[in-house]
Design a protein around this ligand. Structure first.
Ligand code: PLP
Length: 376
């Protein structure tokens, strides 16, 4: 049996090695490492795939979120609502810009933001909502956009974990994750569903005027060379990464299919087990399974992780500490117990290996060992 990894980038690379190698070597021969034609080519390909008017490539997903908030003109003191159960980046950039993060709880079955809790968190200072499409499926964007429209708020979609997933509206129409709010932000970190071989990110928007502003922000606040009309940042996707991403974008839907197949295998193996709750699939979103995350019940989650490690099965806790309990974000407004669902999840979730290259032998071995521990 091949070694089991949380993410198997090596086996994935081997299948497309020639294409990737050629793309990289072409960039090296061109010596156009920054802002070369490959960046524009990838940008165009991603715009077409997502059905969005503008993609602005940048250096990483955290920058994508920061640039989005800068481009929207959010000012210190403005409140941005996001979730207490997420990767730190979303909250980090809000705090870095001097904005006020306002946290709300999530649903226990999808791990995504609860629109009713969101509505209750709105104050006179609220300017934006930053839903995170966690683990590979969309938050309830129809409900969120309705709330945003009613209260005149921007929506910044953190789609770092859900690129390629479809939001399905009540009328049956679909839009890609990250293209529904004013702006979407994603990451091309190697382990993400569309990952490059280093750092990368992008911002999406259908608003041409906002796109122009975002392009200025990522380029030192500069439109005309060496004239700086606003404070910006330096955030670029390099040409080598863009060339790799252009190859991998062609496989993104196949990758999602492979991930869903592994998720189906897990779901079947764990169905009706009293100690394991399998991840819910929303009827308003397709699931691209960035992670396969179980909620455990009545077992010692950390001991399960240790047991799996002893069988050479990696498993991770995403995320062990809720945002309001992180040292850096301690805030007198919040205390333990304020976000009971998030806190329950942090204490009970476990994510199993999930990637495009899991085979049946590996899946059998993983599920057999999980069941051996929980049923003992
Ligand atoms: C990975 C991730 C980010 C940050 O992306 P980087 O490219 O690592 O900066 C932001 N938000 C979420 C939800 C993520 O998973």
């Amino acid at each position: 049996m091949r070694k089991i990894q949380m993410v198997d980038l090596g086996s994935q690379y081997q299948k497309i090695q020639k294409e990737i190698d050629n793309a990289v070597i072409d960039v090296i021969h061109s010596t156009q490492f920054i802002n070369g034609p490959e960046v524009k080519n990838f940008q165009n390909a991603l715009e077409e795939y997502l059905g969005v008017r503008n993609v602005i490539p940048c250096a990483n997903g955290t920058d994508a979120l920061q640039v989005a908030m800068m481009g929207l003109g959010l000012k210190p003191g403005d409140e941005v609502i996001t979730t207490s159960f997420t990767f730190v980046a979303t909250v980090e950039v809000i705090a870095l810009l001097g904005l006020t993060p306002v946290l709300v709880d999530v649903f226990p079955d999808t791990f995504n933001i609860d629109p009713d809790a969101l509505k209750r968190a709105i104050t006179i200072k609220t300017k934006a909502i930053a839903p995170v499409h966690l683990f590979g499926q969309c938050s309830d964007m129809e409900a969120i956009m309705q709330i945003a429209n009613d209260h005149n708020l921007f929506v910044i979609e953190d789609t770092a974990q859900a690129i390629g997933s479809d939001f399905i509206f009540k009328d049956g129409s679909r839009k890609k994750a990250g293209t529904i709010g004013q702006v979407g932000a994603t990451s091309f970190f190697p382990s993400k569903n569309l990952g490059c071989y280093g750092d990368g990110g992008a911002i999406f928007t259908n608003d041409d005027k906002l796109a122009e502003t975002l392009r200025i922000v990522v380029n030192h606040g500069m439109q005309v060379r060496y004239y700086h009309d606003s404070i910006g940042v330096n955030s670029r996707l390099d040409s080598v990464q863009a060339a790799i991403l252009k190859v991998k974008l062609r496989y993104l839907d196949d990758y999602a299919t492979a991930r869903r197949k592994a998720a189906d295998f897990y779901d079947n193996a764990f169905a009706n087990n009293p100690h394991l709750i399998t991840p819910a699939r929303s009827n308003f979103s397709t699931h691209v399974f960035h992670q396969y995350t179980l909620v455990t019940k009545g077992i010692n989650r950390n001991k399960l992780q240790e047991f799996l490690m002893s069988k050479e099965i990696p498993a991770m806790i995403y995320y062990p500490v809720p945002m309001h309990m992180q040292k850096a974000y301690i805030d007198p407004r919040y205390k333990e117990g304020d976000f009971p669902v998030t806190e329950m999840l942090s204490n009970s979730v476990i994510s199993l290996p999930m990637h495009t290259e899991l085979d049946e032998e590996q899946l059998n071995y993983i599920t057999k060992n999980v069941l051996e521990f929980v049923n003992q």
